[in-house]
Design a protein around this ligand. Structure first.
Ligand code: SAH
Ligand code: SF4
Ligand code: F3S
Length: 438
């Protein structure tokens, strides 16, 4: 049997696309290899949000090139955002690449690879083509009880640092009927938690005469779906109806990942985020008032062009004021073709490094305090498997999306009650109390 190996970079959108890529390769009769060394078809589903994933990909493609010299019939396919960004150059940059395709065109993978991955025409090309939702393709899901569901593709924002609109295109919403049908069938097959995916879930449906709040309520009404998550909402579009839907729908989890990016209104303006620090913090207050126990996480960038020490300190103080439960922190990385990359006031690397270290310290301290406040509470945990740190323990996540390692005897996919005994900045630990009656 011919075998494939898929390496995934980037966001949940890509992780979800990789499930479809794997599903399609399996339909072609390929089996999953244990490592790229054993694979006849190696696929890289790429990200180009910052320079780092580009560099990592270069190393991986170097290894793939070496394997291909030993076994010339190995097929190397590169999909995702980097492939789309480099569509003019990818075959000259990386002669070992046989097939390249962009996000949103994975439905054609079978044609490009030929049946069973044989007879590939080198240079088969799938970037820049009309995009379609991958949702109707076969999928190889990693977890039986949890699923990602794509609700839109592309992004209509113009954040001045971001490459995503250039590689993922304009925003298109998926028809609500299709989304609901997919989730209903996932629920029938045992899925209890869904994560709705889009670059800006809060602008969902504008092109179809519906909206995100309505979608949340419709998903909430599906039998068997006990947890609904979504990522990412854009603060500019987080309106009252969505807050109300979050507060009123039993299945919608008490967690929002709400990317702030910077705590300085001046920098936010230059980032073209279209909200101010004050407006963001007011939104946080409004959400916390409506949704008791809400967990808030965020994305933050340091070293945006022109960012002063004072701007940066505003980011630090915004972390304290908002009281984030966690944050992904990034050093600004100039992306070719974006507005911010063309600026001449780029911040030196050593200043960026200093700022990211100071930011991580504050983020960790605030998150540790937030988690410590859960000690003594009983949390509902969806069991995901054995703990990564201690195989004798189980691991799962709370509705607030915090990882909990705990002693217990539950099965994967169970919802259990766990008494929280200890906390770090990134996780909780405890012991199983009673099993929820569900
Ligand atoms: N659509 C999502 C974000 C997708 S990218 C949203 O707007 O919420 C994920 C995160 O990567 C962004 O929130 C931002 O914090 C970060 N990011 C994007 N472009 C970046 C760049 N050029 N340099 C550093 N971080 C960046
Ligand atoms: Fe990028 Fe901004 Fe769109 Fe998010 S909202 S994908 S940061 S352009
Ligand atoms: Fe990366 Fe593309 Fe996601 S650039 S972060 S994989 S949308």
């Amino acid at each position: 049997m011919r075998r494939y190996f898929v390496t995934t970079f980037g966001c949940q959108m890509n992780a979800h696309d990789s499930e479809r890529i794997k599903g399609m390769l399996e339909e072609l009769g390929l089996g999953e290899a244990q490592s790229p060394d054993d694979a006849d078809v190696v696929v890289f589903n790429t990200c180009t949000i910052r320079e780092k994933p580009d560099t990592k990909l270069a190393a991986h493609l170097g290894e793939a090139g070496a394997r291909k010299r030993e076994r010339p019939d190995t097929v190397v396919a590169v999909g995702g955002c980097y492939a789309e960004a480099q569509r003019e150059r990818i075959f000259s940059l990386y002669p070992q690449v046989d097939v390249a395709f962009g996000p949103g065109t994975i439905g054609h993978l079978a044609e490009w690879l030929g049946a069973g991955g044989e007879g590939v025409a080198r240079g088969a090309w799938g970037t820049g083509e009309e995009r379609t939702f991958a949702a109707t393709l076969p999928a190889h899901r990693e977890r039986r009880f949890q699923a990602w569901v794509q609700i839109s593709m592309g992004c209509n924002s113009v954040c001045s640092y971001c490459i995503v609109p250039a590689v993922r295109g304009r925003e298109v919403s998926r028809r609500p009927g299709e989304i609901i049908a997919e989730i209903a069938s996932l629920a029938d097959s045992g899925v209890r938690e869904v994560t709705l995916l889009g670059q800006n879930v809060n602008s969902y449906g504008r092109d179809l005469g519906t909206d995100f709040a309505r979608l949340l309520r419709e998903v909430d009404a599906i039998d068997g779906i006990e947890r609904i998550r979504f990522t990412s909402p854009h603060p500019k579009d987080f309106r009252r109806p969505v807050i109300e839907a979050m507060a009123e729908c039993a299945a919608v989890c008490e967690h929002a990942h709400l990317p702030l990016q910077s705590g300085s209104t001046r920098v936010l303006k230059e980032m073209r985020r279209t909200y101010s620090r004050d407006r963001y913090l007011r939104l946080v207050d409004e959400m916390r008032a409506a949704i008791p126990d809400l967990a808030l996480t965020t994305d933050l960038i340091v070293g945006f062009p022109g960012e002063t020490e004072d701007d940066f300190r505003e980011t630090l103080s915004a972390v304290e004021e908002a009281g984030f439960d966690g944050a992904f922190t990034f050093v600004y990385s100039p992306r070719a073709g974006t507005e911010a990359a063309a600026r001449t006031d780029q911040i030196p690397d050593d200043v960026k490094r200093d700022r990211i270290e100071r930011l991580v310290e504050v983020v960790q301290r605030v998150a540790a305090e937030r988690n410590a406040s859960r000690v003594g509470a009983v949390e509902e945990v969806l069991v995901e498997g054995a703990s990564r740190t201690d195989p004798l323990l189980l691991s799962g996540r709370t509705r607030r999306n915090t990882t909990v390692n705990f002693a217990g005897d539950a099965h994967v996919g169970d919802l259990v009650a766990v008494r929280i005994e200890r906390a770090t900045s990134t996780s909780l630990a405890g012991a199983q109390a009673v099993v929820y009656a569900v």
